[in-house]
Design a protein around this ligand. Sequence first.
Ligand SMILES: NC(=O)c1ccc[n+]([C@@H]2O[C@H](COP(=O)([O-])OP(=O)(O)OC[C@H]3O[C@@H](n4cnc5c(N)ncnc54)[C@H](OP(=O)(O)O)[C@@H]3O)[C@@H](O)[C@H]2O)c1
Length: 326
Amino acid sequence: MSELKVYRTEDASLEPLAGKTIAILGYGIQGSAQAQNLRDSGLNVIVGGRPGKSSDAAKADGFYTHSFVDAAEKADIVCLMTPDPSHAEVYAQIRSALPGKTLVFAHGSSIHFGWIRPDAGIDVVLIAPSGSGRTVRESFLSQKGMVATFAVHQDASGRAKVTALALCKALGFLNAGVFESSFKDEAVCDLFGEQAVLCGGVPELVRYAYQTLVDKGYSKEMAYLGTLYELRSLADLYASAGLDGMLERVSEAARFGGLVAGPKTVGPETKVRMAAILDEIESGRFMQEFSQETKTGFACTRQMLEKEKTSDMSRTGERIRKRFTL
Ligand SMILES: NC(=O)c1ccc[n+]([C@@H]2O[C@H](COP(=O)([O-])OP(=O)(O)OC[C@H]3O[C@@H](n4cnc5c(N)ncnc54)[C@H](OP(=O)(O)O)[C@@H]3O)[C@@H](O)[C@H]2O)c1
């Protein structure tokens, strides 16, 4: 197996972006961070959006704002930063403005699941950060950068990769390192990681652990700190040192206890359930369900979130946050 090529600052130049206008369509969590990073790198950035909250925020941050269509017409590079289920609709509006330009995604689903089948004559690239918009901005300001992946779906100009790498540089990602992937790998791995671990599996483990302690009569505050709050320092270790490095850096009791109790907590049946989750994602069934959910105005999501907000654990967290500096 050949070694993965990791692109760093010296591997790209901003020259391919000189004199170009970049339109960020959608000024939300990711769009606002990327627009500001690109502008701070000296590039000409405009924002496209619907009238309202986000366009007002972009104006307040000093950007010229336009409709989606006007922004796409004025730009050479168009970055689609609205929520994924809206991509097909926004693409239909801007389609006639795109020939000869570069269309950029921050997540691979729209192309991988076929919601958008871009016309020939457009460069289509993916630049996917490995973190939220807030960390995209923070890591740019600290010059630490953030690991990201890029992919080329269509290369009409023969310069799609050079453009993608220049954008990665301007976004600050090359400071941390970037590698080439595919729309499919990014879409599937990103969704699976969110569901099985980051926003799904870990919170569920935490809920069970908290409730196990509270049911046995331990204080809610102690249970909260031990099962949730301490995740913060460990999460940093997971990322900077890996699971082995984390285990080397914790106490002897934590290392031994963790290694013995981990497989007792999560077993082979979890892998079977994870395979089912992966199948939902790969088959496109999850995205169909999500698309339905967006059409209802996120009715299920709001119900489930309300249940979480009113749970005993969330109430405990609220009390703790009011009384301590976390
Ligand atoms: N969130 C992250 O940190 C993150 C991380 C990696 C990749 N991504 C990717 O980045 C892209 C943007 O995600 P996001 O989380 O930044 O989205 P978001 O925060 O929900 O931002 C949405 C933006 O799009 C506009 N918008 C919402 N619904 C729309 C619709 N139906 N039609 C047109 N405009 C609409 C909103 O403006 P209004 O004020 O008009 O509603 C807002 O400006 C997605 O492809 C996502 O997968 C996000």
